[in-house]
Write a new protein. Sequence first.
Length: 62
Amino acid sequence: MADPDIVEIGRGNAVEAVADLLDRVVHRGAVVNGDVIISLAGIDLVRLDLRLLLLGIEGPPG
């Protein structure tokens, strides 16, 4: 039996692989962190702390 945590790329259609990967990410959730620093002459002018939470929610039953 295949491990549900392993996604195999290269089998079948690439679009299906991307759709399957996105489905797994949305189902389990994912957090993406990033920092953007804009500087001029070695002096930091702007710093952005980015956090993205990606998850799926289910609608009300019925």
